[in-house]
Design a protein around this ligand. Structure first.
Ligand SMILES: [Zn+2]
Length: 562
């Protein structure tokens, strides 16, 4: 029986190190060079071919032909291999403190989930959001979780937990008798999911409190249901909305208004809010007013779709009323020339699925170019960061996302980022993670090695290896590590295995497969019983792809009795 023992690795281990370092992230490097991709032009409407992006100290330093860039050997380098590089995405309407309503209803989350649990969930949600390519978000209300968004924002900014850059709206403002949780007997004073205020003075005081506590934006609910089951009506008076806008403006903050009724939207726009959230029943006149005042709409189509799904709707059934109204409003706003930014209301649905909003905008008639702009340059302008975010241009913050498909042709390509860079640091690099088919193909070759060996079909084994392949292992008898050519390995194996052989090995545990272009490594831990004894070890297969086939370029293994 062929004794297997101890790991001796050469080329395969070197390949793992190289690939693993790109897969781990974040890199702490100050400079980074991105090549081999198509770079979205600063205007956001076309691709720059043959351009490289040089990043230094978290900013984009150069977008130019590689020939004009002075390449230092120690520069960290990412080859996008034909991918598409776009600015980091921005979602102007998220709720990290909420999780999908089909997991727990909004009221259940607000009333029953502890602040600690909600904050912990928000930490995980922030990571997922960033990994989905959203490098900046505007958190529009903690829904009863107080000022937890401020702490999370600061933890992300301080590098304590991963996440996008967060703009906070803290508690949000609602009028008495509106908002939820609702539907209780009037004897009970049930806390609301936002700060309750009445009258311009109280509104002004609450805005001051929220700003002092760390708000970057002020959110008001300009209309809402007064009790369950009735339609929404305007709540805050024009004077109350004006007080909110005036006080926020004094501190240099913008106001965002949740508004679904025509009257609520109009009051908010006239009071000077910067964004309208949802906007469902905006009339043609109100949409014209929004356009003329430069007020931006966050349509939250993805939330409308998610709620329809939670109520049992699924395509191809006709869209339910609520979703139809949201899509119809979006089309009217688009036709009216209202500025539209990506605001998804993630939290109603899963964090990380934010790009669904852009797909629905395109389904509603927006071009893919405009949809991408709504989550980049347009959104950056809304938050006053048009000189820093939303474009790939020198001087801009190095927030970047690479995808493998062309998002100007198919916006859905944005839902699968392969690389995410925030402030010049690589936070996601999925280039080395193989497609399922490649993984299956590689594991099938490994499996064939074991089967063919076990059955003593040594000649069949040969075709799985490259002629120059090397096999490395340790001789049990001498404790010496040896490396031999594949021919020699097969000679040793010949006669050792056959129909009566007790040798039988299967990949067990979880094999790790890394692929980088035409090079792959399979790291396969195993548990083996032979001659009545258990042994454990690891097979490391190095692969090269030649003429469309993966063949083994190196094999090394360990084997220890247990
Ligand atoms: Zn919301």
């Amino acid at each position: 029986m062929f004794q297997r023992s101890h790991l001796g690795v050469a080329a395969a281990a070197a390949a793992v190190t190289t690939i693993a370092s790109t897969a781990a992230g974040p890199w702490a490097a100050d400079t980074l060079l991105i090549t081999g991709g198509r770079v979205l032009a600063a205007e956001g409407d076309r691709w720059l071919e043959g351009h490289a992006v040089l990043i230094a100290d978290g900013r984009i330093e150069k977008v130019a032909s590689l020939k004009t860039i002075d390449v230092h050997p120690e520069l960290l380098h990412i080859d996008l291999d034909g991918g598409y590089l776009v600015p980091g995405l921005i979602d102007l309407h998220t709720h990290l403190m909420l999780h999908p309503y089909d997991e727990a209803s909004w009221a259940e989350q607000v009333l029953k989930e502890s602040l600690g649990l909600r904050t912990a969930r928000a930490v995980a949600a922030a990571k997922r959001t960033l990994e989905a390519g959203f490098t900046t978000i505007r958190e529009l209300g903690t829904e009863g979780a107080g000022y937890a968004d401020v702490g999370l924002r600061d933890a992300v900014a301080g590098g304590i937990v991963p996440g996008p850059t967060i703009l906070t709206a803290t508690r949000a403002l609602v009028a008495s008798g509106a908002y939820g949780p609702a539907g209780f007997d009037p004897r009970w004073a049930i806390p609301k999911g936002a700060q309750v205020v009445d009258g311009p003075d109280a509104v002004r005081r609450a805005v001051r409190e929220q700003i002092a506590a760390g708000a970057d934006w002020i959110k008001v609910y300009a209309d809402y249901r007064r009790r369950p089951g009735v339609p929404a009506t305007p709540t805050f008076s024009p004077a109350e909305l004006e007080a909110a806008v005036d006080e926020a403006r004094s501190a240099g903050l913008g106001v965002s208004a949740h508004a679904t009724t025509d009257e609520g939207i109009r009051r908010a726009v006239e009071a000077g809010v910067r964004t309208i959230e949802h906007g469902t029943d905006a009339s043609a006149e109100t949409l014209a007013l929004m356009r003329n005042r430069g007020v931006t709409l966050c349509p939250t189509l993805a939330a409308a779709e998610a709620i329809a799904r939670y109520q049992g709707w699924a395509p191809p059934d006709p869209q339910p009323e609520r979703l139809r109204r949201a899509m119809a409003m979006f089309q009217r706003a688009l036709a009216a020339g209202v500025r539209i930014a990506c605001g998804s209301d993630a939290g109603v649905f899963a964090h990380g699925d934010n790009a669904r909003e852009l797909e629905l905008m395109v389904a509603g008639g927006m071009t893919a170019t405009e949809a991408l702009r709504s989550a980049t340059a347009v959104a950056a302008e809304v938050i006053g960061k048009e000189e820093n975010l939303g474009r790939i241009a020198p001087g801009f913050t190095a927030d970047l996302v690479a995808v493998s498909g062309d998002p100007l042709l198919d916006i859905a390509a944005l839902s699968r980022p392969i690389v995410v860079i925030k402030h010049g640091h690589v936070v996601v690099d999925r280039r080395a993670i193989p497609a399922q088919e490649t993984r299956a193909e590689l594991l099938a070759v490994c499996q064939r090695v074991f089967e063919t060996l076990a059955e003593g079909r040594i000649d069949d084994l040969k075709e799985l290896f490259l002629p120059e392949a090397v096999v490395t292992f340790e001789l049990r008898s001498t404790d010496k590590q040896i490396s031999i050519g594949v021919e020699q390995f097969l000679e040793r194996a010949r006669g050792q295995y056959g129909p009566d052989s007790s040798f039988r090995e299967w990949i067990s545990g979880k094999p790790t497969v890394l692929v980088d272009g035409a090079i792959a490594v399979v790291w396969a831990p195993f548990l083996l019983k032979s001659a009545g004894l258990w042994a454990t070890g690891t097979d490391v297969f190095g692969f090269l792809k030649t003429d469309g086939h993966w063949r083994i370029s190196s094999l090394s293994f360990t084997n220890r009795p247990i």
